[in-house]
Design a protein around this ligand. Structure first.
Ligand code: 5RP
Length: 230
């Protein structure tokens, strides 16, 4: 990652953290951009600028980082609606639809997003895409049982499918499932139809298409930080 990309991620994360208010339930996203928002929320909390917040993490990694930073965390449930969630994305199209799951956290990310009043996506400008699937394969979380059948299913839908690996071993999500990275190049022709097909398939736990979920997009790049709303 270039120094510029890191700086842009940081700028986007810091801008989003300013939207958190005292008393809120906050969803904390996963990845190298969302972590900047988490750190900034912690700084605001410790400086006294924010009080009485509680957060829920979208992955074990974010939960551990947030606890380390001293943010009060919910553990395994979402007892009331989340006021705001700040998360990253792998690709963002002009309608603010997304591909997520590059970090493998798509299931918890979608649960938290759907339980949130406001979903704020933070990205550097390299994530902007005219059509989803142009730059990034679609992560599909599948149960290990029968996974080759899901691979064939995805191939019949036109994807080139790569089981995600980690140091040579099959990658495992926080739930112990596998990820099939599915490249529908040159782009995904019909995002809602694909989402519906994947959602109806037993053994597919979740997919990384986030349609109509993001309300805000904060993008940082060479021309500064832009805030867009759906
Ligand atoms: C994790 C995600 C991340 O939000 C996405 O991969 C973006 O990560 P980064 O900010 O590191 O580029 O969906 O599952």
């Amino acid at each position: 990652m270039t120094d510029d990309a890191v700086r842009f991620k940081q700028q986007a994360g810091i801008e989003a953290a300013a939207l958190v208010e005292s008393g809120m339930v906050v969803g904390l996203g996963t990845g190298s951009t969302a972590i900047f928002a988490t750190r900034r929320v912690a700084e605001r909390l410790h400086s006294g600028e924010l009080c009485n917040i509680v957060a829920i993490a979208t992955s074990h990694a974010t939960d551990a980082a947030a606890r380390e930073l001293g943010i009060p965390m919910l553990t395994d449930d979402i007892p009331r609606e989340i006021d705001i969630t700040i998360d990253g994305a792998d690709e963002v199209d002009p309608s603010l639809d997304l591909i997520k799951g590059g970090g493998g956290a798509l299931l918890r990310e979608k649960i938290v997003a759907q339980a949130s009043r406001r979903q704020v996506i933070v990205v550097d400008e390299s994530k902007l895409s005219p059509r989803l699937g142009t730059h990034w394969p679609l992560p599909v979380e599948v149960l290990e049982f029968g996974w080759r059948s899901q691979k064939r299913f995805l191939e019949r839908l036109g994807a080139v499918v790569t089981p995600r690996k980690n140091n040579g071993d099959l990658y495992r999500t926080d739930q112990g499932n596998m990820i099939l990275d599915s490249r529908f190049g040159p782009f995904i022709h019909d995002v809602p139809v694909l989402a519906q097909g994947l959602g109806a398939r037993a053994g597919i736990i979740e997919h990384g298409l986030f349609i109509g979920i993001a309300q805000d997009l904060i993008v940082a790049g060479v021309s500064g930080v832009r805030h867009m709303r759906r």
